[in-house]
Design a protein around this ligand. Structure first.
Ligand code: HEC
Ligand code: HEC
Length: 612
C-alpha cells in the first residue's frame, strides 16, 4: 500500500483555516473511548475534525484537524494510536499519535472508508470501503494491504469477536431486485484467518437500513440494528408498525446463523431509526441509540436471551414457509416489555455509541453534543449532554436536515423520512405501495437527489413538483403535516444535496470503457430521453415497463445521476443491475436500441451509466 504521508499536515492546516472562515456544524457521528475510560474521541463529521474530550469534565482538550470528513475511528489497544478514516472518494486511513494529535501517516484506502477496526493484538486493521462494497485488510505496522474482501452493499459498521477470529459487517442495504417476495439486507461474517467471507447472513424479509453492529464480550453473539419494513402492505396507516418497525437481530458469528429478530418498538410508540448498538463490558446491558426518537434503549441482555431461548425465529420461519407476500409475522412487541428502559436524551439525533465506566455516551449529531447516560443508576437514570459548540440558530437547510431525520413528531414516532430515504435522502432498496398512484402497484423508492431540479416528481409524475411530494410525505406517510416554513426547510436541505462522485470514475474522470460507453449512449438513442446535464428530458414515456394494473403506463424519465448507488432499477425495482435494465428488461428495444449492441458495447454502456 502506498503511503501518502508528507502533504497531509499541510492539507490539514488548510482545511482548518477554511473551517475558520465558514462556520460549519460539527455533526458528531462516531465515538471512541480510550482504554483508561478518561478520554473520548469524537468524530465531527461535517467539520473534518476529531475532538478529544475529557470524559469526566466534558472539556475539549484538543481538536485534530483532518483533510477529509472522519468516517469512523478506533484506538490501538494501548490507546497510543488513533486510526481515523477519511471518508472521501479517494479514501485514506489517518494514523494519529493520540497524545499529540499529530497525523503520523496516511494509508491509501478505497471510496469512502468507514468503521476502522483493529485486531485484538493491534496487528491488523480492517476498513470498510463503503462505496466500493469491500473490506480492506491492512497489516500494521508496515501498512500493506493484504486483502480486499467483497461484501454485498454499502458496508457501514463492523465488529470483531474478542478473539479476533470473526469480523461481522453490517451492510446498509439489500441487493437484488425489489419486486420479489424476499428482499433483505445481509450481515457478512468474515473469517479473518482465511480472509474470506464465511457467509452473508440474510436478515428477515424486509430488513434494510442496517446501521450498527456489535459483538458481546464473550464473542458468542453479534447484534445488528436495522429497519424491519413491511413493504408488502399498502401504506394506509402506521398503527402497530404497519409500514416500518425498528429492530435488533441476534446472530451467532461462529455458526454464521441468524438466531432471532426483536422489535424494539412498543405497540403504540415506535423507537425509530436505530443507529448503533453496544454491549456493556459486564455483558449485562445492550444499549441502542435511536436517531429518530432521540433516545437510548437499555435492554437487560440476559433477560432478553432467556425470553427467546429455544424459540424459533418467527421471521425466519415465515420466510421459509412460503413465498406468499403476507407471510411476515405480526411484530411481537412483548419481547422487550419490562426488560428495556427507554431513556430520553437531552440532545438530538444520537448516532454512534461508546460505553465506559458505567456510562453510555452518544454522539448527538444535530445538537452538537455528546449525550451521557449513567447506566448504573436504577430507576430513571441521570441524563446530560456535553455541549461541543456554543449553541446557535440552525440555518434553514440544517433545520430541514433535522426535520427529515426526526421521527419524534411522526404519528406515534414510527418513522422519519430517512427510514425509507436513508444516507442523505437516497434509497432503501425496497418497493412501496404508496397511495399516490392507486394500489396494487408497488414502486421502488426514489433517491431525492435532484428531485427539485427535475420536476415532475414520483415515477408516474403524479406530483407536479418535488415540493408537493415533500408535503404529501409528511401528511400521508408520516401522518403528521408540517407548517409551510418547515416543509420549505426540507426543500432547502434536499436542494443542497450534491452527488457523490461515482466509484467507477478514475481520478475523477471517465474510464476508457466509460468513454466508449458514452458514444454507445448516443448511438442507442439513450440521450434523446436522458440528455445531460440531468440525464432526463423530464417527460413521460412508455418504455415497456408497466405491468399488471400499470400495463402500458408512461413513466417519468428519471435522472441517471448517481444511479450507481440507487438500485434496484425501473419502476418496480425489477432490475438489479444496469445490465439487466439494458438486456433482460428491454426485449423489444422499447427502452433504447440495445438488442443489436455487442457484448463489449453493453459493458461499456453500463460502465458509462454507472459513472454518472
Ligand atoms: C414508507 C417509505 C417512505 C417514507 C417514510 C417516505 N418516502 Fe418518499 N418516497 C417513497 C417511495 C417508494 C417513493 C417513490 C414512489 C413513486 O415514485 O411513486 C418516494 C418518493 C419521494 C419523492 C419524489 C422523488 C422524485 O424525484 O420523484 C419525494 C420528494 C419524497 N419521496 C419525499 C419524502 C419525504 C419528505 C418524506 C418524509 C416526510 C418521505 N419521502 C418519506 C417512500 C417513502
Ligand atoms: C423513450 C425514452 C427513453 C429512452 C430512449 C431511454 N430511456 Fe431510460 N428510462 C426512460 C424512462 C421513462 C424510465 C423509467 C422507466 C421505469 O421506471 O420503469 C427510464 C429508466 C432508465 C433507467 C433506470 C433508472 C432508475 O433509477 O431506475 C436507466 C438506468 C436508464 N433508463 C438508462 C437508459 C439507457 C442506458 C438508455 C439507452 C439504451 C435509455 N435509458 C433509453 C426513458 C428512456
Amino acid at each position: 500500500m502506498r503511503i501518502l504521508a508528507v502533504s497531509v499536515t499541510i492539507a490539514a492546516l488548510l482545511a482548518a483555516l477554511a473551517g475558520d472562515r465558514e462556520p460549519r456544524y460539527l455533526s458528531p457521528s462516531e465515538l471512541a473511548v480510550d482504554p483508561s475510560g478518561r478520554l473520548l474521541y469524537v468524530a465531527a463529521e461535517t467539520a473534518n475534525a476529531v475532538l478529544v474530550l475529557d470524559a469526566a469534565s466534558g472539556a475539549v482538550l484538543r481538536r485534530i484537524a483532518l483533510p477529509d470528513p472522519p468516517g469512523g475511528l478506533c484506538l490501538a489497544p494501548d490507546g497510543a494510536t488513533l486510526y481515523v478514516t477519511g471518508a472521501a472518494p479517494k479514501g485514506k486511513v489517518f494514523e494519529i499519535e493520540a497524545a499529540s494529535g499529530r497525523i503520523v501517516r496516511a494509508l491509501a484506502a478505497g471510496h469512502t472508508p468507514v468503521a476502522p477496526r483493529l485486531s485484538p493484538d493491534g496487528g491488523t486493521l480492517y476498513v470498510l470501503n463503503r462505496f466500493d462494497n469491500s473490506v480492506a485488510v491492512i497489516e500494521l505496522p508496515d501498512g500493506a494491504q493484504t486483502g480486499l474482501i467483497p461484501v454485498p452493499r454499502e458496508p457501514v459498521d463492523a465488529a470483531l469477536t474478542p478473539d479476533g477470529r470473526w469480523l461481522v459487517v453490517a451492510n446498509l442495504l439489500p441487493v437484488g431486485p425489489a419486486d420479489g417476495d424476499f428482499v433483505a439486507a445481509r450481515v457478512s461474517v468474515i473469517d479473518t484467518q482465511s480472509k474470506r467471507v464465511a457467509r452473508h447472513i440474510s436478515l428477515p424479509n424486509g430488513s434494510t437500513g442496517v446501521r450498527g453492529v456489535t459483538v458481546s464480550p464473550d464473542g458468542r453473539y453479534a447484534y445488528a440494528v436495522h429497519i424491519q419494513a413491511h413493504f408488502q402492505l399498502v401504506t394506509i396507516q402506521l398503527d402497530r408498525g404497519w409500514m416500518n418497525t425498528n429492530a435488533l437481530s441476534i446472530i451467532d458469528p461462529a455458526a454464521q446463523a441468524l438466531l432471532y429478530t426483536v422489535v424494539l418498538d412498543e405497540k403504540t410508540l415506535g423507537a425509530a431509526n436505530p443507529w448503533d448498538v453496544a454491549v456493556t463490558a459486564d455483558g449485562r446491558s445492550l444499549v441502542v441509540s435511536h436517531a429518530g426518537t432521540h433516545e437510548l434503549s437499555v435492554i437487560d441482555r440476559e433477560a432478553l436471551h432467556a425470553r427467546i431461548a429455544g424459540k424459533p425465529n418467527p421471521y425466519r420461519e415465515a420466510a421459509r414457509r412460503s413465498a406468499f407476500q403476507t407471510s411476515l409475522p405480526p411484530p411481537d412487541f412483548r419481547l422487550v416489555e419490562g426488560i428495556r428502559r427507554r431513556v430520553k436524551l437531552t440532545g438530538l439525533g444520537p448516532r454512534g455509541l461508546a460505553l465506559a465506566g458505567g456510562k453510555a455516551y452518544a454522539a448527538e449529531y444535530f445538537s452538537e453534543s455528546v449525550g451521557v447516560v449513567d447506566l448504573a443508576a436504577s430507576g430513571s437514570p441521570q441524563v446530560s449532554s456535553i455541549e461541543l459548540a456554543s449553541s446557535r440558530e440552525w440555518t434553514t437547510e440544517r433545520r430541514g436536515e433535522f426535520l427529515f431525520h426526526d421521527a419524534s413528531r411522526s404519528y406515534q414516532q414510527w418513522q422519519s423520512c430517512a427510514t425509507c430515504h436513508p444516507s442523505q435522502a437516497r434509497v432503501d432498496g425496497l418497493n412501496w405501495d404508496l397511495l399516490n398512484d392507486g394500489t396494487g402497484n408497488a414502486k421502488s423508492t426514489k433517491s431525492l437527489l435532484m428531485s427539485h431540479e427535475t420536476p415532475p416528481a414520483m415515477l408516474s409524475g403524479v406530483r407536479e413538483r418535488a415540493e408537493v411530494a415533500v408535503r404529501a410525505g409528511f401528511r400521508v406517510i408520516l401522518f403528521s403535516p408540517r407548517r409551510e416554513e418547515e416543509a420549505a426547510a426540507v426543500d432547502a436541505w434536499l436542494k443542497s444535496l450534491r452527488p457523490v462522485p461515482s466509484p467507477f470514475l478514475v481520478n475523477g474522470k471517465l474510464s476508457p470503457a466509460a468513454e466508449r460507453g458514452r458514444r454507445v449512449f448516443e448511438k442507442a438513442g439513450c440521450a434523446s430521453c436522458h440528455p445531460p446535464p440531468y440525464y432526463t428530458d423530464q417527460k413521460q414515456h412508455d418504455v415497456g415497463t408497466g405491468a399488471g394494473v400499470d400495463a402500458g403506463r408512461k413513466y417519468d424519465t428519471p435522472t441517471l445521476i448517481e444511479v450507481w448507488r440507487t438500485g434496484p432499477y425501473l419502476c418496480d425495482g425489477r432490475a438489479a443491475t444496469i445490465r439487466d435494465v439494458l438486456t433482460v428488461h428491454n426485449p423489444e428495444d422499447r427502452h433504447g436500441v440495445t438488442s443489436k449492441l455487442s457484448e463489449q458495447e453493453i459493458r461499456d454502456l453500463e460502465e458509462f451509466v454507472l459513472s454518472l
